[in-house]
Design a protein around this ligand. Structure first.
Ligand code: SF4
Ligand code: SF4
Length: 375
């Protein structure tokens, strides 16, 4: 270590304290000097890709090799500093989970994944990781850093697990016993020979299978293995084209992402609120009707979602997802026995207003949704 000011342990303590000041809830360090440490997770990842479970996410396939060679991302890399950042909006009430579940069971409401209701976490975290790197350079010594938040080909959950931050749950997410899984992960790669933490956390999933049982599309082919092609997060965000008809009715009113496998996880009763304003809910996205969102113009979409992760799917896919929700809403009311013919007619009328728009992806979903109104 080049620092003359602090011992190795003090350096790690200082960096953890600076990370806390920047809004990160936890920090741990994993060794990257011995890439062989990554061979098992890389093999598992390769196997997952070979089964085609990544769907259309071609970049996941194209980056298999780099994932086992982090020195391709930062020359001479020695450590990955793994951080977590809680994202439950800071003003969430203690019954937030009940409210989320109620929202999913209210067909006329739009359900938007909790993480996507505020500012884009990629930007928020990258900015703060860069600040952390600057502070380390200033106070400890001049080292190389690269901040990565879902942007670089890394096996983030595996690295976080190795660092001792938490364990990888059967739902494939990182879990912490005192914080559940409602947090983002970020990585600061560095050539600094920082003290390693790596106290493996025990896997506390035990005999629980709630996430596997409750997944609406049965997207887990086994514990810890997700068929992304069936996952609603993939379908509503990554899928750029037509959503398979057999899956549409399972999507319910989920318009952007899905939190079901987190909401049923018992460890999420310990989920912590965010320390940052950035994840506050924008545009009332925690309590908004499908019809209201469907009526946003493209200008409103771009304006309202400026700085939000939702912007990346673009207006047409946004409408595609909402039209599926509206179709399900019209159908669901009948299935559940509280048919409201007035509401169904209103949905049908609103869906029809977009039939003549030149939107080839949206159109088949609109036609499907209109047909649901007549079922
Ligand atoms: S996000 Fe939703 S659809 Fe995807 S695996 Fe979890 S519960 Fe299933
Ligand atoms: S729901 Fe149960 S099995 Fe799934 S991640 Fe949580 S504790 Fe593990």
């Amino acid at each position: 270590m080049k620092s003359l000011k602090y011992s190795d342990t003090q350096t790690l303590e200082k960096i953890s304290a600076w990370a806390q000041e920047l809004g990160f809830s936890d920090l741990a360090v994993v060794d990257l000097e011995h890439p062989k440490n990554l061979s098992t997770p890389v093999e598992r990842y390769k196997n997952w890709i070979e089964q085609g479970l990544h769907g259309e996410m071609k970049y996941l396939k194209d980056t298999i090799v780099v994932r086992g060679k982090p020195d391709k991302l930062l020359k001479g890399v020695k450590r990955a500093i793994m951080v977590s950042m809680n994202y439950l909006p800071k003003d969430s009430t203690s019954d937030w989970m009940v409210r989320e579940i109620n929202g999913l069971q209210t067909p006329e409401k739009a359900s938007i994944s909790v993480y996507a209701r505020g500012k884009d976490y990629h930007r928020v975290m990258r900015k703060r990781l860069s600040k952390l790197a600057k502070r380390i350079c200033l106070e400890v010594g001049s080292y190389g850093f690269r901040a990565c938040v879902d942007s670089a080909p890394l096996l983030e959950v595996e690295l976080a697990q190795k660092s001792g931050l938490g364990w990888r749950g059967k739902n494939t997410l990182l879990l912490k016993r005192n914080e559940g899984s409602f947090f983002f992960l970020g990585t600061l790669l560095t050539d600094m020979p920082l003290q390693i933490t790596q106290n493996l956390t025990k896997n506390l999933c035990g005999t629980c299978t709630s996430c596997l049982d409750k997944c609406p599309t049965k997207a887990f082919i086994s514990p810890y293995v997700l068929d992304a092609k069936k996952c609603i997060s993939y379908l509503t965000i990554e899928n750029k084209g037509i959503i398979d008809e057999s899956l549409r009715h399972l999507i319910g009113n989920r318009v952007y992402g899905c939190d079901d496998c987190q909401l049923v996880c018992p460890w999420n009763k310990y989920a912590k609120l965010s320390a940052l304003e950035e994840f506050n809910v924008k545009n009332g996205l925690d309590d908004v009707s499908l019809i209201d969102l469907f009526q946003w113009s493209e200008t409103q979409f771009n304006y309202n979602h400026a700085g939000s992760p939702i912007l990346r799917i673009g207006y047409e896919r946004w409408l595609r997802n909402i039209s599926i929700g509206l179709g399900n809403s019209a159908n669901k009311k009948k299935v559940d026995g509280y048919v409201n013919n007035g509401a169904v007619s209103e949905i049908k009328k609103i869906l029809k207003t977009r039939l003549n728009e030149n939107k080839p992806i949206l159109k088949p979903h609109l036609i499907w949704a209109i047909a649901q109104c007549d079922k």
